[in-house]
Design a protein around this ligand. Structure first.
Ligand code: PBG
Length: 330
């Protein structure tokens, strides 16, 4: 046979054969929109480090939810940005039955029962120190007392109708403890999305501005509970434990710099595996696009498609609505 025997470019020559050999297709049903909730009415507050993202009062959040439903986005992940007046050392506002998250959940479920709701379970928006848990005199986040608080928070959300509770705190044993408490309270359908491989990442900076925890956290960090960015085997260990404790889906976070972890988790366990394109990833793509340095639609869809290719079943992203519109040709 004359050189070259194999021409890889033959299949790439025309759109029809490129379509036939395409291995992965990004769809609106792969996406989970992320939203920040604030008190008040008719309020939309810009997040300076995330241009295009706004904190929304519940009435405005309902409009966003309606757009998710129209676009075929299956679920919405909620993060509260409560005012500093409700922050305390013990984070008790987190499980107030009439707290912001619980009211938002009831309003959304009444208006759009078919839209899945994912509630963040961690104490950082509610603590005066900005840590995800309760601290001792030295500032160390205490494991068991924090898990007790997370159980209360999860039950309050489940009671309000949350479909998924999503512990993002990285305490040991919290998935099993929350699962037992949900079962005991009769919430047998409440799903748990475990932030299993959550890294101590600098890409969360803009998020901490959005929920108002960065000033309180100050120079503090989360290295005693979030994972070292240098580790990979440890992520498999975390995922294994969360599955054994009763997680319905596991998550890797951040997204793009951690797609090796997504692939390992999916290959090793084959369970529903979600990935979070975090605030810093959004900020990078948005800033470069606003400067005219990158083509926003192209790089966003490329990033999200890469996450699917790496093995993610669903992607939490601040770009969900934009991406769904682009995918639908709107
Ligand atoms: C806190 C939490 C964080 C994010 C989700 N939940 C930040 C942190 O751990 O400090 C980050 C999300 C993002 O950056 O988009 N429990």
């Amino acid at each position: 046979m004359s050189f070259p025997a194999i021409r890889m470019r033959r299949m790439r020559r025309d759109a029809f054969s490129r379509a036939l050999m395409r291995e992965h297709t990004l769809l609106p049903t792969d996406l989970i929109m992320v939203a920040f909730v604030i008190e008040g009415e008719g309020r939309r507050e810009a997040v300076p480090s995330m241009p295009g993202v706004e904190r929304l009062s519940i009435d405005e959040l309902l409009k966003l939810a309606g757009e998710c439903v129209r676009l075929g986005i299956p679920a919405l992940a909620l993060f509260p940005s409560p005012g500093s007046s409700v922050k305390t050392e013990d984070a008790a506002e987190a499980w107030n039955p009439d707290g912001l998250m619980q009211r938002a959940t009831r309003a959304l479920k009444a208006a759009y029962p078919e839209l899945g709701l994912i509630g963040d379970v961690a104490l950082d928006p509610y603590t005066t120190h900005g840590q995800d848990g309760l601290i001792d005199a030295s500032g160390y986040v205490m494991n068991e007392p924090t898990v007790e608080a997370l159980i209360r928070m999860s039950l309050a959300q489940a009671e309000a109708g949350m479909d998924f509770v999503a512990p993002s705190d990285m305490m040991d044993g919290r998935i099993g403890s929350i699962r037992d408490a949900l079962e005991a309270a009769g919430h047998i359908h409440t799903r748990i999305l475990a932030y299993s491989a959550k890294y101590a990442s600098a890409f969360y900076g803009p998020f901490r501005d959005a929920v108002g925890s960065s000033a309180n956290l100050g120079k503090g960090n989360k290295h005693t509970y979030q994972m070292d960015v240098a580790n990979s085997d440890e992520a498999l260990h975390e995922v294994e434990l969360d599955i054994a404790e009763g997680a319905d889906a596991v998550m890797v976070k951040p997204g793009l710099p951690y797609l090796d972890i997504v692939r390992r988790v999916k290959d090793a366990f084959g369970v529903p595996t979600f990935v979070y394109q975090v605030s810093g990833e959004y900020a990078m793509l948005k800033a470069a696009s606003m400067n005219g340095w990158l083509d926003e639609k192209a790089v966003v869809l490329e990033s999200l498609t890469s996450m699917k290719r790496a093995g993610a079943d669903a992607i939490l992203t601040y770009y969900a609505i934009d991406a769904a519109r682009w995918l639908r040709g709107e």
